[in-house]
Design a protein around this ligand. Structure first.
Ligand SMILES: Nc1ncnc2c1ncn2[C@@H]1O[C@H](COP(=O)(O)OP(=O)(O)OP(=O)(O)O)[C@@H](O)[C@H]1O
Ligand SMILES: [Mg+2]
Length: 238
């Protein structure tokens, strides 16, 4: 097996003196789509903050064989760890295009940036139509598309998406799931955090289930969907 793109082992993290994550183990291979699911307050966003180096952590955290722990959020971003944050956090008073330009601000390959623009506008034609509109004036679904496009403009190696489907109509969520497959086809790797386990399992190869700061289950999504504990807690009964 090839070395994982992201390797997390025995990771602990929290806020100040308050521990949240304990002994988290998670790996992602290049070009995988991995889902991290769990209920409110389980610690999913906290784990993403640790990976993006926003909060301190101890344990092992490696990206493409490099130790991430000493890096700042900017350094992690520069290496290709790019987040679509919970709540999108667009620059609402900037246009769609200005938001996308923020995503590629560190790139020094104008030809590549031009290709990325063409690609994200092909993925999200509505953003091409609205490129001169203020991001804050768009619908929730369009804003999520803009947040994803902004992240893709950074040419991420690992795209991390926190609660992509939150508050969106199922038809929009389906469109976004299709886009994730296109993103993977471009050679990118995706870590998808979702409370909507159905949506996450529809697109992911493997998943991890987190409860109170610990990983309690992991496996490929077909196996996990059959796991009675996962079904009861996250997929409802049918
Ligand atoms: N900035 C913070 N300072 C202190 N505690 C925090 C902070 N952010 C989150 N927490 C706490 O950390 C725990 C995990 O929260 P986190 O946001 O990681 O959960 P989550 O799994 O992402 O939940 P959700 O599905 O609601 O987004 C919760 O108990 C939460 O109250
Ligand atoms: Mg969260």
């Amino acid at each position: 097996m090839t070395a994982p793109l992201l390797k997390i082992s025995g990771l602990n993290a929290g806020y100040g003196a308050v521990p949240i994550l304990s002994d988290v183990n998670l790996t992602i291979q290049e070009r995988e789509i991995v889902a991290l699911v769990g209920s409110n307050g389980a610690g999913k966003t906290t784990l993403l903050r640790a990976v993006s180096r926003i909060i301190p952590a101890t344990g092992l955290l490696e990206f493409a064989g490099t130790d991430l722990l000493p890096l700042s959020p900017e350094e992690a971003f520069a290496r290709g760890i790019v987040q679509v944050p919970e709540g999108r956090q667009l620059f609402g008073r900037m246009t769609v295009e200005e938001n996308l330009l923020m995503g590629c601000r560190l790139r020094r390959d104008p030809g590549g940036v031009r290709k990325s623009f063409e690609w994200v506008y092909r993925l999200f034609p509505i953003l091409a139509e609205r490129r001169r509109q203020l991001a804050g004036n768009m619908s929730g679904g369009e804003q999520q598309m803009c947040a994803m496009a902004r992240a893709l403009m950074a040419a991420p190696r690992l795209l991390i998406i926190d609660e992509m489907s939150l508050g969106l109509a199922p038809v929009i969520v389906d469109q976004l799931l299709v886009v994730l497959n296109d993103v993977r086809a471009q050679g990118m790797t995706i870590l998808l955090v979702e409370q909507d386990v159905f949506a996450a399992f529809a697109v992911a190869d493997r998943a991890y289930v987190m409860e109170t700061g610990r990983i309690v289950r992991e496996g490929n999504v077909t196996e996990l969907s059959k796991d009675p504990a996962v079904r009861d807690a996250y997929l409802g009964s049918d």
